[in-house]
Unconditional design. Structure first.
Length: 297
C-alpha cells in the first residue's frame, strides 16, 4: 500500500516538473495548430474585431485550383527530393573522413560546423555573390573550363538549382554533427575484425558503418524532410526577399507567408498551412515505419 502511494506521489511530482513545458507546448504549438485548422474554414473574416462572417471549404478549393500554389507544391517536392538525400550522402562521407585520425581534424570539424551557427541571411548574401552572373566565384571556375557565365539567380531555369546547391551546403553541418556522434559509438573491434578478413574500406563502410548508423540516418532523413518541406528563409535570403525570378523558387511556406502577411488572406494561408502539416505528417509516419522495419530486420 505504501509502495502504491509512493508511485502515485512520484507520478504527480513528475507531472508537476513537466507542467511548465506542457504549458509552453500547449500555448505555442497546440493552440496555433488548432486555430490554423479552424481559420482554414473562414471564408470571410474581419481581423480587426476577430469576427467570422462565414465558413466553408472554399479556401481548400481555391488553393488546389491556384496555379501559384501548384507551382509552390511542385517546387517544394523537387527541393526535398534533391536536398535531403544528397545532403545526407555527402554528410555521411564527410563525417567518416573527419572521424579518421587525420591532421587538423579539430580544425576541419569546426569549419564544417560553422554553417550551423551562422545566420541564414548572412549565408544567403555570401552565396548571392558566389552565384553572381559577372563577378561570382562559381562562374569564374566554370570559365576556366570554357563555360559561359550562368545567370544563376536571374533565370527561372537556374534559380531553383542554385537554391538547392545553397541548401545542401547549409544542411551539411547538422548532419555531420550527428553522424560524427554516431560514428564514435561504433566499436573499433568491428573494423579490426573486418580488416582481419581482408575487407576493404568500401566493404567496411557498406557492411559495418551504414547498418550500425541506420537509426541515426533514419533520424537525419526525418529531420531533413521536415525542415526541407518548411523551407522559407533560404529562399528569402538568397533572392533578397523575392521568390526567385518569376516566382520560380516559390515554396509552400513562402506561398503561405505571401497570402497571410502580404495579401491578408488568412483563411487561404491557414488552408495552405494545414495541407503542409498533413504532407509532413504523412511523410514522417511513412519514414518512421520504414525505419522501424529496417531495425527489426
Amino acid at each position: 500500500m505504501m509502495r502504491k502511494r509512493g508511485l502515485e506521489l512520484g507520478r504527480w511530482k513528475g507531472l508537476l516538473y513537466v507542467l511548465p513545458a506542457l504549458v509552453v507546448v500547449a500555448v505555442f504549438t497546440v493552440y496555433p495548430l488548432l486555430r490554423a485548422f479552424l481559420m482554414s474554414f473562414y471564408t470571410k473574416y474581419k481581423f480587426s474585431t476577430d469576427t467570422v462572417l462565414s465558413y466553408g471549404i472554399n479556401n481548400y478549393t481555391y488553393i488546389f485550383g491556384d496555379s501559384v500554389f501548384q507551382k509552390a507544391l511542385s517546387n517544394t517536392f523537387i527541393y526535398v527530393l534533391f536536398v535531403v538525400p544528397i545532403s545526407i550522402a555527402i554528410s555521411l562521407v564527410l563525417a567518416v573522413m573527419l572521424n579518421e585520425k587525420i591532421r587538423l581534424r579539430s580544425f576541419f570539424q569546426t569549419v564544417y560546423f560553422l554553417p550551423y551557427v551562422t545566420s541564414v541571411v548572412a549565408m544567403g548574401i555570401v552565396f548571392g555573390w558566389l552565384f553572381h552572373s559577372n563577378y561570382g566565384l562559381l562562374n569564374y571556375f566554370l570559365g576556366l573550363f570554357g563555360i559561359q557565365p550562368v545567370q544563376w539567380l536571374n533565370r527561372p531555369s537556374t534559380a531553383l538549382p542554385a537554391l538547392i546547391i545553397f541548401s545542401i551546403w547549409k544542411s551539411l553541418a547538422f548532419n555531420i554533427i550527428i553522424f560524427l556522434a554516431g560514428l564514435q559509438t561504433i566499436g573499433a573491434h568491428y573494423y579490426q575484425a573486418a580488416r582481419v578478413d581482408s575487407a576493404g574500406r568500401w566493404r567496411q563502410f557498406s557492411r559495418i558503418t551504414v547498418p550500425l548508423l541506420s537509426p541515426i540516418i533514419a533520424y537525419a532523413f526525418i529531420i531533413g524532410l521536415i525542415s526541407s518541406f518548411k523551407v522559407y528563409a533560404e529562399v528569402y535570403a538568397l533572392f533578397g526577399g523575392r521568390a526567385g525570378p518569376a516566382d520560380s523558387c516559390i515554396t509552400i511556406v513562402y506561398y503561405l507567408y505571401r497570402q497571410f502577411y502580404v495579401n491578408w488572406n488568412f483563411g487561404i494561408a491557414s488552408a495552405a498551412a494545414v495541407v503542409l502539416f498533413l504532407i509532413i505528417l504523412a511523410f514522417t509516419v511513412i519514414q518512421l515505419r520504414v525505419a522501424k522495419r529496417r531495425v527489426h530486420y
